[in-house]
Write a protein that binds this ligand. Structure first.
Ligand SMILES: [Zn+2]
Length: 59
């Protein structure tokens, strides 16, 4: 199952480039970035998980 999170644009683009997420629609309101914890505008993203045992390593 994919996990949907909110990420700021730099993080979303970085993870997308790394093949770790799929960017969805832009979010109109500010939110706390899943990756860097900054409060800014960003995107809804779908995290791509490769294996279950890495779940605890989410940052
Ligand atoms: Zn971020």
């Amino acid at each position: 199952m994919a996990k949907e999170v909110f990420m700021c644009r730099p993080c979303a683009e970085k993870l997308k480039a790394a093949g770790k997420c799929i960017m969805h629609s832009p979010v109109k309101d500010k939110g706390d970035c899943y990756n860097c914890k900054s409060r800014r505008f960003g995107y809804t993203c779908e995290i791509i998980k490769r294996s279950r045992k890495n779940e605890k390593n989410d940052t």
